[in-house]
Design a protein. Structure first.
Length: 399
């Protein structure tokens, strides 16, 4: 019989997502509208989410996604299908919702393997306006969202775990075995806030990332703050920033594979010069090279660190949401190519024009893709007065 988490576990999970993650850690308010995007295989969690939302006096709109329907679309789609953008439907979705909860659950991790990468990228670019609408509303402080995982047999198999072992990682990561997971999450976010506030007080000019096969300089730039603990992802233990994309230099390698639309990319190595990726290598690099052709995808949008003391994720999960928060012995670091997080701006992002974002070096792209390393590394910060300070080593912040 397929393993299904206990009802109490799913109830606590729904509580964390609805009562904590949304509204930046404050939970939903009475009368608000939550858009639920949940795959068919995650139905047990969908039911608990709906019940929790109703008990909170809020409303839900459900987008219930049938399993295994993506491949036949790409196999049969003509150019006009790839370009189709349901303007009115998606505009209304963004206008109606106060919050989004999106559940990741897959019954075939390799569903799109063998599909031409250019078809996947063409379809992604067709939805660029939808991303802009969501970003604009979020920047106005009128929309929050969270992303979470529901384990399946296919996902567990990809990670070389049993389904029960896979779910145990989810339970540990989200503190679902605790009597009061929300209390624990508040304590975690308090520590994340302490670290990011300390980083912001240091007035860091640039970071140097040193590890085996890695020597990378990341210039942060002005008009930026470190972020973390917003509830946008559950779980999330990382502290991150959107650097000035124009001044990244050097090499970095990633020992964790990346997944993109059902495709696996392993052993990624990137080399930057003058802010752009000038060399990219991977075992199967055709999709990676196609991704890098998209405007802004050959530039950095995010740099992140996770402290191993906070994260209870100890296994590779074959899912970026968890792998970018892996604890283990050395914690992790990741960069995202493509779109920057504009809420890294310390002022009101809704008041900033596209030209001003460009002047400040905030990257813009329809792509935002994370690449992860769990290798041991040292992070040296150069401060505004020229002093150097080790801020992270052996998997831990040292500040």
């Amino acid at each position: 019989m397929t393993f299904v988490p206990e009802k109490e576990t799913l109830e606590k999970y729904a509580d964390v997502l609805v009562k904590f993650a949304l509204n930046s850690g404050k939970g939903v308010k009475r009368g608000e509208v939550i858009y639920l995007q949940v795959p068919e295989c995650a139905k047990p969690l969908l039911i608990e989410l709906q019940k929790t939302i109703l008990k909170a006096g809020a409303h839900y709109i459900t987008n219930y996604l049938p399993d295994n329907t993506a491949r036949h679309f790409y196999e049969l789609a003509e150019e006009h299908h790839l370009d189709f953008f349901p303007h009115h439907y998606l505009k209304g979705r963004v206008e109606q919702a106060d919050h989004f909860i999106m559940i990741i659950a897959e019954t075939d991790k390799r569903e799109l393997q063998g599909i031409a990468p250019e078809k996947i990228m063409k379809r992604t670019k067709a939805f660029e306006q939808y991303k802009k609408w969501r970003d604009e509303k979020e920047n106005q402080g009128k929309l929050t969202w969270t992303l979470a995982l529901y384990g399946t047999e296919a996902m567990a198999k990809e990670a070389s775990l049993s389904l029960e072992e896979y779910w145990q990682q989810i339970i540990n990561a989200c503190f679902l075995s605790h009597d009061n997971p929300l209390k624990t999450w508040n304590e975690v976010f308090a520590e994340v806030d302490r670290v990011k506030d300390k980083l912001n007080s240091l007035q860091i000019e640039k970071l140097r990332v040193i590890a085996e096969g890695t020597d990378l300089i990341i210039k942060l730039g002005k008009n930026r703050t470190w972020m973390g603990g917003s509830g946008r992802n559950i779980p999330s233990f990382e502290v991150f920033i959107s650097p000035d994309y124009r001044h990244t230099e050097g090499k970095i390698r990633f020992n964790q594979p990346a997944y993109h639309h059902g495709n696996l990319i392993k052993n990624i190595k990137l080399e930057f010069k003058d802010g752009k990726i000038i060399k990219a290598e991977a075992d199967e690099d055709s999709l990676l090279k196609e991704i890098l052709k998209v405007e802004g995808a050959d530039q950095i949008g995010e740099y992140s660190l996770t402290d191993s003391r906070l994260s209870h994720i100890t296994k590779f999960m074959a899912e970026t949401l968890y792998d970018e928060n892996l604890g283990g012995e050395h914690g992790n670091t990741h960069i995202a190519i493509g779109s920057a997080y504009k809420d890294s701006y310390p002022g009101n992002p809704a008041e900033i024009t596209d030209e001003q974002w460009e002047e400040m070096g905030y990257n813009s792209s329809v792509i935002h893709m994370d690449f992860i390393s769990t290798e041991n590394r040292k992070i040296i910060a150069t401060l505004s007065d020229g002093k150097e300070l080790i801020i992270y080593e052996n998997g831990k912040f040292s500040i």
